[in-house]
Write a protein that binds this ligand. Structure first.
Ligand code: SAH
Length: 517
């Protein structure tokens, strides 16, 4: 029997991915298709299964990409073909979301559906700008009003002046284009021209802006600031409040682009998001193993001739041990060997295989590793350096000068590809690298090979690699030096070489910049 399709109408909240419900997120994680609007944050696309169809039907002011009837039809077709569909809508599905119309279409075809409420921008956007929609003894009600009559409609309803006599807080959605008429007709209807008012652009999202002015001066202020959609207009005594969201985390509103392998990017994303940052994964990096290359095969065969093995990354450790098994050898072939690692992360990875390092330099850099090794090795030693292709020449130069024998063998290389290269649909969430990088505040790098992969990738797709507005953040000195070698400046280098250090460095820098501005 054919699987029964179902449609979940899910509210995505006002924009900040953290403001979507758990239920909504769980449904996204298991759906076959997601049909979504422009306002929903792009982050949810990372929450759907890889096989999920992503269909963008959003409307942007002045540009209607799909008619409501066509959206209804699309939902019906998807559900009738047996799919579990999430219809994701900005804010709450029933607050000017046209959710009702979609439901009627589903009912007409006897398609089961479930509505999952969302956090509406009508309340959350003013709230995140410090404006409560009600306040004891000040505002005993709030009214959510549309500033948009019908598709292409210009004018407000004839009885609009009546809103001017409403007590409490007036919240207008989709009203920015009608702002002069709204303010003027509210005043005609009885609101004092001095009533506090505010307009909030991109509430809860990076780049949120708030303009406050008395009702009669609101339009001028908005024009002066060049405020654009999406925006919420608030009129009433509470608009004078500025109850700063104490839940604001140190990186709230800050956009961070990250580069790295899927596993690393996932961990870094979680750490940054926990601090409130908006994270875009700009460059996916694949680690390609050369453990089965002829030089590595020889090295595995001749392990007995080495007295030391040198690792300069956790990836190197992991791939070395994978390759060891594939080469038909086991840990006994390493019993006589000493290990040198470049830093703690590499040492920790080595420990996972049951080995402790014999040497680790005090500072995480190829130079310190080389100098340290030269101090303890003799010409009788023979080293295997199993590391990333194109690793720092400093290490081998120092060893060579000291007359120490070594084999420097590329164990892996790192290649970059833009995330979402295989396009989905016409979605704005399926951003090109340009869309992703253009508005970044920070761009992070976590390895020298990552830096190289980034520049190679940007070069190969003809994109500028230098982002004038973004600060380049490096996890450590080696990464920073590689960036400098590419002719760029590392604005920030983390003082401890791990994800926590990277996140802290951005927090410190952001705090410093905001105290300056
Ligand atoms: N169902 C949605 C509203 C849809 S109407 C909800 O419950 O929030 C779209 C309007 O919502 C926009 O024109 C704007 O007025 C408002 N809006 C939605 N998200 C917003 C945001 N992040 N910042 C400012 N306004 C927003």
């Amino acid at each position: 029997m054919k699987k029964q399709g179902i449609v979940y109408l899910v509210g995505a909240g006002p924009g900040d991915p953290g403001l979507m419900t758990i239920k909504g997120r769980e449904l996204l994680a298991s759906c076959d298709a997601v049909v979504y609007d422009h306002l929903a944050s792009e982050h949810f696309l990372g929450w759907v299964p890889g096989t999920c169809r992503k269909l963008y039907v959003g409307k942007q002011a002045g540009r209607h990409s799909m008619k409501q009837e066509e959206i209804n039809e699309l939902l019906v077709t998807l559900a009738l073909s047996g799919l579990t569909v999430v219809r994701l809508k900005g804010g709450d599905p029933f607050v000017f979301g046209r959710g009702g119309e979609e439901i009627l279409a589903l009912e007409a075809h006897k398609i089961p559906y479930v509505v999952v409420p969302g956090v509406t921008s009508a309340v959350a956007v003013p709230e995140c700008a410090g404006i409560p929609v009600t306040h004891r003894a000040v505002s005993r009600s709030f009214h959510v009003i549309t500033g948009h009559m019908r598709e292409g409609g210009e004018c407000l309803p004839p009885d609009f002046e009546n809103y001017g006599s409403l007590p409490g807080t007036l919240v207008f959605l989709m009203g920015l284009g009608q702002l002069p008429a709204i303010t003027q007709r509210l005043i005609t209807g009885g609101k004092s021209p001095d009533t506090p008012a505010a307009v909030i652009e991109r509430g809860t999202l990076p780049g949120q802006r708030v303009v406050r002015a008395a009702l009669s001066r609101l339009h001028d202020a908005v024009q002066r600031e060049g405020i654009r959609t999406p925006a919420v207009i608030v009129v009433g005594e509470t608009a004078a409040y500025d109850m700063k969201c104490s839940a604001l985390r140190p990186l709230s509103g800050i956009r961070v682009g990250i580069t790295g392998t899927e596993q690393f990017a996932g961990r870094l994303t979680r750490a940054l998001e926990a601090q409130g940052a908006q994270v875009s994964w700009v460059l996916d990096m694949k680690v390609i193993s050369h453990a089965e290359s002829a030089p590595m095969k020889d090295a595995y065969k001749n392990l007995e001739q080495y007295t030391w093995i040198v690792f300069t990354s956790a990836n190197g450790v992991r791939l070395f041990f994978l390759g060891l098994r594939a080469a038909g050898r086991d840990y006994r072939s390493l019993g006589h060997v000493k290990f040198a690692v470049i830093g703690e992360g590499t040492g920790r990875e080595l420990e996972r295989y049951g080995f402790q390092e014999d040497y680790m330099p005090d500072s995480y850099c190829a130079e310190a590793l080389g100098q340290g090794l030269c101090g303890i090795l003799t010409p009788a030693d023979r080293l295997l350096i199993a590391r990333s292709k194109g690793g720092s020449p400093v290490l081998t130069r120092l060893l060579g000068q000291a007359g120490i024998l070594f084999d420097d063998i590329p164990l892996y290389e790192v290649k970059g590809s833009s995330v979402n290269d295989s396009s989905v649909n016409n979605s704005p969430a399926n951003d090109s690298p340009a869309d992703k990088t253009e508005t970044l505040d920070y761009l992070t790098f976590a390895s020298a090979s990552g830096v190289r992969a980034y520049f190679e990738r940007m070069d190969s797709i003809g994109m500028p690699s230098w982002l004038p507005d973004a600060k380049m953040v490096c996890i450590g000195d080696i990464t920073a030096r590689e960036l400098e070698r590419s002719g760029h400046k590392a604005h920030i280098t983390a003082s401890s070489y791990h994800i926590g250090g990277l996140v802290q460095a951005i927090i410190d820098h952001a705090a410093l910049s905001s105290s300056k501005s």
